[in-house]
Design a protein around this ligand. Structure first.
Ligand SMILES: [Zn+2]
Length: 345
């Protein structure tokens, strides 16, 4: 699957991505040509497979091969993402048990049940609504020369690097927006209402926020002309770093301070989960810590120490009101409190 995302020009010396994909699948040249030409009018990888299938309707064995290959590709993509997710989850969970930073304020079981259920729900919704995802959109943009990077002939490694950095900046701006606009804050509030902060908090986002994030990301991918491999790397790294910087892990202060120049650390991001509005509205970064430092939203330490500071939101302190059904309903029935940056006093 990874090979499908690699710059087709470098691998195959062609700009016809449909023909390239057909070549990678080992389809005969006639099929490549017929499938490719028909699929030129289509807009996605999967449209191409369908076009190929129609082009050779009489050759059932090729239709079967295409279906199998498509399924394999999607399964490989899912396998890569699932492996990264479970690997990071397991590593951070073990670290939290071996060297915890804080003691929890409520039992882990109910929180983990709610948070893990939410992430499964999010994954299903995203797969249903955006089957080809941001990587698929980047492939379409590349095919049609949409976006800034697709107008330039820069090396693929530079495009990948710029894609990862630019998408991280977009995510920072999006995160600030979710704190600034009261309506958006209502959906982001579910993430902040967690009374403890651990590895599972890093994947606990309301489905509506996840869908909105995806729409913003798709727009950014098209405008930027993002490299498909860069998008894939960004999504996998973001998932892992989000679990890392939300985790309840201890590390020496000197290590934390050194890492903070390159990546958002748990101590840095925990301040963002403080119950105090002025601390909640700081340290918005997820991957790279530079945006907070450059744009004046960086906060070095919490007012109270990391081990005694209160996490969550001041209007939601009772765990009995934060079960799965409560947190899913929170945006629609809950009070936003003093947190939105653009609130009316
Ligand atoms: Zn936030």
């Amino acid at each position: 699957m990874l090979r499908m995302y690699v710059n087709r020009q470098e691998l195959f010396g062609t700009t016809d991505w449909q023909a390239t994909t057909a070549a990678m699948l080992g389809l005969p040249s006639t099929l490549r040509k017929r499938g490719g030409s028909e699929a030129c009018q289509k807009s996605s990888l999967f449209s191409f497979f369908i076009a190929c299938a129609r082009a050779h309707d009489s050759q059932r064995r090729w239709t079967s091969l295409i279906r199998t290959s498509t399924t394999d590709a999607m399964n490989s993509d899912l396998l890569i993402r699932m492996s990264a997710f479970l690997g990071a989850l397991t590593l951070m969970a073990l670290w939290e048990v071996g060297a915890p930073r804080r003691s929890f304020s409520m039992p882990r079981g109910p929180r983990w049940f709610a948070n893990i259920t939410v992430v499964i729900l999010d994954a299903v919704i995203v797969r249903l609504l955006f089957a080809a995802g941001a990587v698929g959109m980047a492939m379409v943009a590349a095919e049609r020369n949409w976006g800034i990077l697709n107008q330039l002939s820069w090396p693929i490694w530079l495009n990948i690097l710029l894609t990862v950095i630019a998408l991280d900046f977009v995510l920072y701006l999006q995160h600030v927006m979710f704190h600034a606009i009261p309506l958006f804050w209502r959906f982001h509030m579910m993430h902040h209402a967690d009374l403890d902060c651990d590895v599972t908090t890093g994947v606990r986002f309301h489905p509506v926020e996840v869908v909105l994030s995806m729409v913003i990301k798709l727009g950014a991918v098209v405008l930027l002309g993002a490299a498909p491999v860069g998008v894939l790397v960004f999504e996998i790294v973001l998932n892992a770093t989000s679990m890392f910087n939300h985790s309840n892990i201890w590390m020496p202060v000197v290590v934390d301070r050194a890492l903070r120049w390159m990546i958002v650390t748990p101590d840095m991001h925990r301040i963002h989960h403080s119950v105090l509005p002025q601390e909640t509205n700081s340290n918005f970064g997820f991957n790279l810590p530079w945006w907070d430092r450059l744009l004046g939203t960086y906060r070095e330490d919490p007012l109270r120490s990391h081990t005694i500071m209160s996490l969550g939101l001041e209007q939601y302190r009772d765990p009995r009101g934060l079960t799965l059904r409560h947190i899913l309903a929170l945006p629609f029935v809950g009070a936003p409190g003093r947190y939105p940056l653009a609130r009316k006093e």
